[in-house]
Design a protein around this ligand. Sequence first.
Ligand code: XLS
Ligand code: NI
Ligand code: NI
Length: 438
Amino acid sequence: MKEIFENIGKVKYEGASSKNPLAFKFYDADRVVLGKKMSEHLPFAMAWWHNLGAAGTDMFGRDTADKSFGAVKGTMEHAKAKVDAGFEFMQKLGVNYFCFHDVDLVPEADDIKETNRRLDEISDYILEKMNKTGIKCLWGTANMFSNPRFMNGAGSTNSADVYCFAAAQIKKALDLTVKFGGKGYVFWGGREGYETLLNTDVKFEQENIARLMKMAVEYGRSIGFKGDFYIEPKPKEPMKHQYDFDAATAIGFLRQYGLDKDFKLNIEANHATLAGHTFEHDLRISAINGMLGSIDANQGDYLLGWDTDEFPFDVYTSTMCMLEVIRAGGLTGGFNFDAKCRRPSYTFEDMFESYILGMDTFALGLINAEKIIKDGRIDAFVKDKYSSFESGIGKKIVDGKTSLAELAKIADEMGAPALPGSGKQEHLEAIVNQILFG
Ligand code: XLS
Ligand code: NI
Ligand code: NI
């Protein structure tokens, strides 16, 4: 078969001093870090929609990149060309997983029966490629935000007919996820939110979303889906206010409706920052609640208030991310590059170099996280910071063996307590720099 990226060969690890733009400088799949291969720490995934679909259109201008891959767009021939391109791309980069929406795979027809027929056809073709290459599916999802029918939401819609349509799409996307042996199934609630309370029954909408998720779990389990369902929190965009605002909000929602046993979270870096958090904050909140499932690896721009979906470049952030992931004992999912090349980066080389950048950035994050953990000073500081709770009255508090009255009596006899000790933020930041660049 003729190659699509014919001028680009297999991308290899050449080390930090290499000047070859189409080689890894830091991602060395077989290198062992903290007892595991880099490729096991970092199960990378290709996002079908950005890599094979997005071609640079924005609100002010049309496509800059040609993603026809030699076929006429909007045809099944094009859908197949995307599969060919995607698998060649993943193989050349050593990316072992992909993520998809239903309508990333085929052009959507007006009648869902026809869309589903197309999905059956393309998924057979994808499955063949998966079997040939060993490439796997990380997660699937249904696009319940692009089509005008979802203007008022999917699970949160006011229309019972649209709700049925959402259910049908989820059912099919779950079928496909199971057919591909996917590890997860994602709910990203782009239209699940509101613009004004003047026209919105928030309680009803949230209950209906939960009902849809419950039915999805029931159906998924009935067809043998053993993986995790994920909510991917995002505070806004496209809606002004989205219900899955951030990790903490999504966890509260899942617990309220008894969905927490089947669901974990898919944390996207750019969504966390849109919520006014750091990426590592939402990872930590997920992890301490046992809900860190998967990651959408991208990065935002602090000067812009939207989801710019840039390829990760910020090594401090990837370092903090990998510290959280390692401390949590790894992910059940993986690292999906929910990211796109900048609009003027329109060539095939740009597609490859973007993934190389992202993979190298996370490899550096992993290498740095190992160094910080082995150095031990940061962990030791945090442990020592709370040491007053290891004995005496502190221990009684932790063991639940005291009362407000007893604590008040101690305070009465104390006079003023000593200051709690320096937080030493600058000292710790200097340690991080020393470890990273020393
Ligand atoms: C959009 C989301 C979306 C999900 C999948 O902001 O990140 O791409 O990951 O629907
Ligand atoms: Ni995402
Ligand atoms: Ni996003």
